[in-house]
Design a protein around this ligand. Structure first.
Ligand SMILES: [Zn+2]
Length: 89
């Protein structure tokens, strides 16, 4: 879950990184964070191509896990981002 994710600061790029609470794998950056009505932080994209692994749960919704250790992180909702064509994590 996102509530378990801790953040660390990358001073050179002035952005916050959200990493896996279990293994420290880089997941999301503050650059792709945006405000959403849900209580969880919302992101449009992951930091790395292999940041997360996805499992289609139903049409347009993927279960998202850490790409390294498999820690459950939540869901990706395709097309539910702040702009058309963007995803919400
Ligand atoms: Zn992990």
């Amino acid at each position: 879950m996102f509530s378990l994710v801790k953040s660390s600061c990358n001073f050179t790029q002035r952005e916050w990184l959200y990493v896996c609470a279990q293994c420290g794998h880089q997941l999301f950056s503050s650059r792709s964070k945006y405000e959403h009505s849900s209580p969880w932080p919302a992101f449009t994209e992951t930091v790395l191509q292999d940041s997360v692994s996805k499992h289609e749960e139903r049409l347009g919704a993927f279960k998202v896990r850490c790409g390294k250790c498999g820690n459950g992180l939540g869901h990706e909702f395709v097309g539910d981002g702040p702009k058309k064509g963007l995803s919400r994590f």
